[in-house]
Design a protein around this ligand. Structure first.
Ligand SMILES: [Zn+2]
Length: 229
């Protein structure tokens, strides 16, 4: 099955007539572009909570194979959710500064990522494609991958992940425009719920010239699509 669906998020009006995408909400960037550190419970409390979940699913938490599991799960969480302790703006702040007359967009395609859905805390994974048209400030290409990882290593919806990447680039680099396309498979849909494997969800966000100029959008999409598979 290779179905492409618009959105698996319920309650979102997918067919709302909209001639052009909404402006980026500055609050969305501000919330996303700083370290999201919150006061948090002690590690021992987190491990105890995992033990509670093990008991809840019907396990004997004292059996040997599970003794270290709470510790391992919390360690895995530290890794999967490290994005809360990283700052997206800092990653983009180190720019080269010189475009040397370059006036087309820069596209980085096929940035692989894994994130966790905020509804089920189950992985969704796929590829991000990011383009921006620099005015003065250019970043190293690896920074766009780093930026994607920082947002991906938080609880997310695919829509927010897409919007936050676009907003961060827009805000920090002040380019002529940003285009972000994300395609992903959601395990909360492929291994639970309707249990459909291989369904992809596509989300996109365009700002500036990409938002205002359908020809630029089309060129971005054909460069993302055309050379792949
Ligand atoms: Zn989910």
């Amino acid at each position: 099955m290779d179905a492409a669906i618009k959105s698996i998020r319920p309650g979102k009006p997918a067919d709302k007539p909209e001639s052009r995408p909404a402006e980026l909400d500055p609050a969305e960037f501000l919330a996303a572009a700083v370290r999201a550190d919150q006061p948090r419970p002690a590690r021992a409390e987190a491990e105890a909570a995992v033990k509670t979940l093990l008991a809840y699913i019907g396990e004997n938490t004292e059996r040997e194979g599970l003794l270290d599991t709470p510790r391992r799960v919390v360690e895995a969480f530290d890794e999967l959710y490290q994005g809360y302790h990283q700052c997206p703006a800092e990653v983009l702040d180190r720019t080269f500064g010189e475009t040397a007359g370059y006036d087309d967009f820069v596209l980085v395609r096929d940035i692989e990522f894994t994130s966790q859905c905020e509804h089920h805390m189950m992985p969704f994974y796929g590829k991000a494609h990011i383009a921006y048209t620099p005015v003065e400030r250019v970043v190293g290409l690896s920074k766009l991958a780093r930026l994607t990882d920082i947002f991906a290593r938080r609880l997310q919806t695919q829509e927010h992940l897409t919007a936050q990447i676009a907003a961060a680039i827009d805000e920090v680099l002040k380019p002529r425009g940003v285009a972000v396309l994300i395609e992903a498979e959601h395990t909360c849909m492929s291994v639970r719920g309707v249990a459909k494997h291989g369904a992809s969800t596509f989300t996109s966000r365009f700002t500036g010239m990409f938002r205002d100029n359908p020809a630029e959008q089309a060129r971005f999409l054909s460069m993302v699509r055309g050379m792949q598979r």
